[in-house]
Design a protein around this ligand. Structure first.
Ligand code: ATP
Ligand code: MG
Length: 370
């Protein structure tokens, strides 16, 4: 750990210099241009490394040629530090190309000894740049942290939603489904035993209504708790496509692999919800008459493509602040290490492609794609 600067206004300078005369010149320039400074000279690489370990410096000034090493060796030594002060070459002529090469390597600045009078503005400039870079690094790190938090939050939210849906589906199944089935049983009994024609007719229409209610509760359950949980992804997507066609009249063709491969439940659920949202979007926005859904697990990547022949999506539409469908799918894909591609051309349809790498499996080699 480095010690803190003695005073926020004292400039701590480490000077790598073998010439006492040149060092004194630097001291004199700093005396006349910097209000408060602390200047430390070292001339060996070991001394340099030791000083870096011992205390904090705001800036390093380094002569280029030193006994047995160059400033670039010192610069390499400095790279082992986590928090590196700016490093300025302050040297006799080293040639412009060497100076440019050094700066390209990451050295902060170069000042010829003949120009030592410009030392204070040079230090000010590199300190300013250094502060900007540090602020940017801190902002980048904070952004990365907050993106990670967001992804974790999205994952948590999705898991909670799925749990809630499964719980509601269970309730419907056990409570409503159970009661309706019992009522149907009693109605059938009454229908068989009723002799009055009018009563039988009422009982018949009551049974019909009950049939609708049972169908509705089945449908709601399937919406809430996707059939994939029991029958596999292909069956679930086929069921989605079928009910989409029934609802909208849009022809939907599914090409799916015939997989016996075990795909993780979480991945199946992401694929299912992606197909569901893509189809909902098509019914809301696409204006089309054909949808193709391709499902493949070739090359150990689960790929789901939902393609329509509608009006396409403009870039601005994807950035709508109140649209969360596609954004949610992108976050969902990330929760299973996958990603979402959207390709769209005006009046030539939209294609939403989910890709999720699957664990390598020898069995997958034998599977056919229908
Ligand atoms: N298949 C499609 N064809 C044409 N436009 C589409 C299609 N899918 C999405 N869009 C456009 O992209 C926008 C963003 O879609 P997204 O699913 O993110 O939001 P949304 O459907 O508007 O709202 P929600 O948050 O309820 O999903 C839509 O508003 C629509 O303009
Ligand atoms: Mg949507």
């Amino acid at each position: 750990m480095h010690q803190k600067r003695a005073s926020e206004t004292t400039l701590n300078v480490l000077h790598l210099e073998d010439s006492e005369v040149d060092h004194e010149l630097v001291r004199r320039v700093l005396c006349s241009t910097v209000e408060s400074f602390d200047l430390k000279r070292v001339e060996s690489l070991e001394g340099f490394a030791e000083q870096l370990q011992t205390r904090h410096f705001d800036v390093i000034l380094a002569d280029y040629r030193l006994p047995g090493f160059t400033a670039l060796d010192a610069w390499q030594t400095l790279q082992q530090q986590a928090d590196r002060p700016p490093f300025v070459l302050l040297s006799g002529a080293i040639g412009e190309s060497a100076a440019v090469a050094a700066i390209k390597m990451g050295v902060s600045d170069y000042l010829a000894k003949d120009d030592v009078a410009k030392l204070a503005p040079t230090i000010r400039r590199v300190l300013e740049l250094h502060a900007i870079r540090r602020a940017k690094d801190a902002a980048d790190a904070e952004l990365a942290r907050s993106q990670k938090r967001l992804a974790e939050f999205a994952e948590h939210l999705q898991a909670t939603i799925e749990q809630e849906r499964a719980a509601i589906a269970r309730e419907i199944h056990d409570d409503i489904g159970g009661s309706l089935a019992a009522v149907r049983f009693d109605l059938s009994w009454l229908e068989r035993h009723a002799s009055d024609e009018a009563a039988r007719s009422h009982l018949h229409s009551a049974k019909e209504m009950l049939g609708h209610a049972l169908d509705a509760s089945q449908r709601i359950m399937k919406d809430l708790r996707p059939a994939i949980l029991d029958q596999g992804l292909v069956a679930a997507v086929e069921w989605l496509a079928e009910s989409f066609t029934k609802r909208t009249g849009i022809k939907t063709v599914v090409y799916a692999f015939d997989s016996s491969r075990d795909i993780a439940k979480a991945v199946q659920l992401v694929a299912y919800r992606t197909a569901q949202e893509a189809l909902t979007n098509i019914s809301k926005h696409a204006i089309c008459d054909l949808v193709n859904i391709d499902l493949s697990d070739a090359e150990d990547v689960l790929t789901l493509e939902v393609r329509d022949n509608g009006q396409g999506i403009a870039q601005v539409e994807l950035a709508k602040p109140k649209s969360f469908g596609i954004r949610g799918l992108q976050e969902r894909a990330k929760t299973v290490e996958g990603w979402l591609d959207i390709s769209s051309f005006e009046n030539r349809g939209t294609s939403i492609i989910l890709s999720v790498p699957l664990p390598a499996s020898a069995g997958a080699m034998n599977q056919e794609t229908v």
